[in-house]
Design a protein around this ligand. Sequence first.
Ligand SMILES: [Zn+2]
Length: 681
Amino acid sequence: MFCVEQEKLDRYHWLVDELNRHGHLYYVLDAPEIEDDEYDALMREMLQFEKEHPDLIRDDSPSKRIGGTVLEAFEKVAHAKPMLSLEDVFSKGELHDWLQRAADSLEQPWIPWCCELKIDGLAVSLIFEDGKFVQASTRGDGIVGEDVTENLKTVKDLPLRLLGDVPGHLELRGEVYMSKEGFARLNAAREEAGLPLFANPRNAAAGSLRQLDTAVAARRNLRLFTYYVQDAESYGLHSQSEVLGWLKARGLPVQRAWRRAGTEAEVLDFLERWSGERFSLPYATDGAVFKADPTEYWKILGNNVKTPRWAVAYKYPPEERKTKLESIEISLGRTGVLTPVANLTPVLISGTVVKRASLHNDEEIQRKDIRVGDQVWVRKAGEIIPEIVRVDTASRTGTEESFTMPATCPVCGAAVAKLPGEVALRCPNRSCPAQLTQGLIHFASRQGMDIRGIGDRLAEQLVQSGLVKSFGDLYALRVEPLIRLDRMGEKSAGKLIQAIAKSKERPLKFLITALGIREVGAGVAAELAKRFSSLDEIAAADEERLAAVEGVGPVIAGSIKAFFGEEHNRRLIDELREAGVSMRSETAPEAPIGPLAGKTFVFTGELSRMSRAQAQELVAQRGGKNVASVSKKTSYVVVGEAPGSKAEKALSLNVPTLNEEEFFAMIDKLPQHMYGGTNDA
Ligand SMILES: [Zn+2]
């Protein structure tokens, strides 16, 4: 037993409130008051306290947004009231008829409508109790959805506690979405990894929200807009415009484009204005929503089986343009994937000029029967990624040429091959100049070794001239051969060599990023550098230990293991070491603190006293680690009702098992903090 000084505890509460306030300013209002590094400093101080006092961690702590819980399956949630979808209309004529019909049934000449943009995301229901976020669920079939509470917590613009006093039970509805940029980045990474692409941001958001590993969901950077309050009248709200204002005042994110339209001209004006302006928004929109503004009309108009009679969605026509496919070229990525890319006659689509579109792979080209010289219909997936929708076969002249992927790498000539289970062709040559060039650009980037001066052009020259055959060769570069390169004087060569030398001292996290391990970006690299003291320790770690690091999980752990398993990569690391590149972490790794530090737990079957996630939280708060699968190194397997195969595996590996009673008895016996009551998890 020990006491936390009141002063420290007060400071912790202040930090949580302050960080939540700044998070709201930054993510929701887009009006930060402090610099990023000030925010980071407050965050570090708060995390330090939480590490020392895991029992006192508040439910609305911003640390809950990092993710780290791995669920076995999503629980089903029955919606208190059905989540309806909206009827779609596709023309101004249809829209006029629809709105007029609603006014007619109210025996009014016209009624005021609240106009909002329709975000290309997926609908969620959010439950708050006494102002605290407690549950989120997907629409599902409208009657029963899935519990996605843990993943919603990683959505940074969702307040975990509402502003102001909101007593009792509150249900909101909103849209979870992915930004255009996030969508483009995710698909680029998937293409590089040979994974199927998401067709649009809505699918990407849905796929991310349905990740059982919350760390994966957290990395996907999902965002939220809210637009609906269940039983709005009980909060004194009598119109949709009041609802939107109220949501904003509670600290919830509300899309800004909405307006109240008193006349039909104002409705059409809204449609017209946003038909073009929507392309400049950082997220994709596919239409506009019109809701009867006074909520009293909602009750009078009522609902159809699946759609309300007081709200309708207008879908903007898809932005598709026809242009000529002039040629197809092959681009090579860092991991050797060959991607066919179409060169198009430039055409204006969704606000920008499009000249190129990825054709992804051979199967895609064959499926759409795309030929060089074709007239093709082009659009932007998620308003950002140009893609060829279909060929205008009627305008073929017979001069079009079919395309087949090359059998050899267009750069190094190695025979290309498909990895099992992948559609993408890869150049298997580890020292292929194209891969090396891309890898070198990544190695030298700011997220990596930060070697100023190595951009696309110099990287290509270094590889083509044979000066760099592996990243390690960089550190042996001398002025003399460098000045023979294009546009490289003695002075710039000297600067480059200095920058390269300086990079030897880069902290471990940047070196990890620079290596270009599949699926390991800057965020994961930073976590690895915190938990391990050196690159060698990471290389030697088993998958279970890697998977237990925040944000890693089994897939990335496998990818890290595979990287260090390759002879080629081990040689590269030896070269870097010999060149004097620092491979140790500056700070000692943070060891978890608490009575269960160093112990790993696996849960199987149902618990009766609380959900598995809550039980895992108890373990984590006491410094223990939750892992997904049983191995010889697992400390305990907690076996509930109707356990799965993990219980048998525990027996066969001689791992101690605990039944529910034994588990809670163990937890109860552990020392309690004095202020344990503030933590209501
Ligand atoms: Zn090649």
